[in-house]
Design a protein around this ligand. Structure first.
Ligand code: ATP
Length: 237
C-alpha cells in the first residue's frame, strides 16, 4: 500500500533522515517508535510532500508520489492525524468533520459523506453529543477522536497518525488505542508514530524502531515487545 525506499531528508546542513525504508501493507497497523528527535515526524512530513527529499522514493499502491505536492498526495488517499490534532478550534465538531470530507463534497459525493457522518457518530458517540460544540472546547481525548474522525472522513487508503497518545490520561489513551484496533478490523490501514512504545506495539502488527534518523530495528510487534533493546529503551525493563 505504502512503500518508502531509502529516503534522505536534510534541514539545511543537518541530515534528519538517513536512507529510511519502510512499508505498510493494506489492512495493517504498523508502529514507528523512537525517542524525541529520532526523526519520526520528519518522516511523516516527508511522506506527505511537506519536505524536500534529497533521494529515495515513496509509492502509494505502486505509484510514485515522491514528486507530488501535499494536496495531491492527500487527494490520492493518504490522510494525516497530526501531532497536536490541529483542529479548526473555533469551528464546530460537525464543520471539522465536513472539512475532512471537503474534497469529496466538492466532487459531488455529498450523499456518501452524510452516510459517513452517521458512521463516525456510531464509532464516536461523544462527537455526536457535541456536534454543535466548537472543537477548541472539547477535552483532549475528544479532540483526538475528532482528529481521527476528520481524517477518516476523507475515506483514505492509509492513515498516518503522529503521536495520538500525547498529552492524554492513561485511560483515554487506552480508549483511543481500542478505537484504532476496531478501525483496523473494519479494514483501515495505519502507520502509527508513537513514543508510547508499549501501547503502539500492543495494538500493531509490525513495527520499526528509529534512532537518530535511521531505522535500526524492524520486526513483528510481538517480537519487538520481547526485544531487549526495545525493552531497555522504551519499556522500562
Ligand atoms: P518528537 O517525538 O520529539 O516529535 P521526532 O522523532 O518526531 O521527535 P523530528 O521532529 O522528526 O523527531 O526531528 C528530527 C530531527 O530533525 C531533530 O534533530 C530535530 O531537531 C530536527 N528538526 C526537525 N524539524 C526541524 C526544522 N524545521 N529545522 C531544523 N531541524 C529540524
Amino acid at each position: 500500500m505504502l512503500e518508502v525506499t531509502n529516503i534522505d531528508v536534510f534541514y539545511g546542513n543537518i541530515q534528519a533522515l538517513r536512507r529510511v525504508s519502510l512499508h505498510v501493507n493494506q489492512g495493517e497497523i504498523v508502529a514507528l517508535i523512537g525517542a524525541n528527535g529520532a526523526g519520526k515526524s520528519t518522516l511523516m512530513k516527508a511522506m506527505v510532500g511537506l519536505l524536500p527529499k534529497k533521494s529515495g522514493s515513496i509509492c502509494l499502491d505502486g505509484h510514485p508520489i515522491t514528486p507530488l505536492p501535499c494536496s495531491e498526495i492527500i487527494r490520492l488517499g493518504v490522510a494525516v492525524v497530526p501531532e497536536g490534532r490541529r483542529l479548526f478550534a473555533p469551528l464546530s465538531v460537525l464543520d471539522n468533520l465536513n472539512l475532512g470530507a471537503f474534497l469529496r463534497i466538492t466532487n459531488g459525493f455529498k450523499k456518501e459523506v452524510q452516510e459517513d457522518l452517521k458512521t463516525m457518530f456510531q464509532i464516536f458517540p461523544r462527537l455526536e453529543e457535541r456536534k454543535h460544540q466548537s472543537a477548541g472546547t472539547l477535552s483532549g481525548g475528544e479532540q483526538q477522536m475528532l482528529a481521527i474522525a476528520r481524517a477518516l472522513m476523507e475515506r483514505p487508503k492509509v492513515l498516518l497518525m503522529d503521536e495520538p497518545s500525547i498529552g492524554l490520561a492513561p485511560l483515554i489513551v487506552k480508549e483511543i488505542f481500542e478505537i484504532i484496533r476496531r478501525l483496523k478490523e473494519e479494514g483501515n490501514t495505519f502507520l502509527l508514530i508513537e513514543q508510547n512504545a508499549r501501547m503502539a506495539l500492543k495494538v500493531s502488527d509490525r513495527g520499526y524502531m528509529m534512532e537518530l534518523g535511521r531505522i535500526v530495528l524492524e520486526d513483528s510487534s510481538e517480537a519487538l515487545l520481547k526485544e531487549e533493546s526495545v525493552q531497555k529503551s522504551y519499556l522500562g525493563a
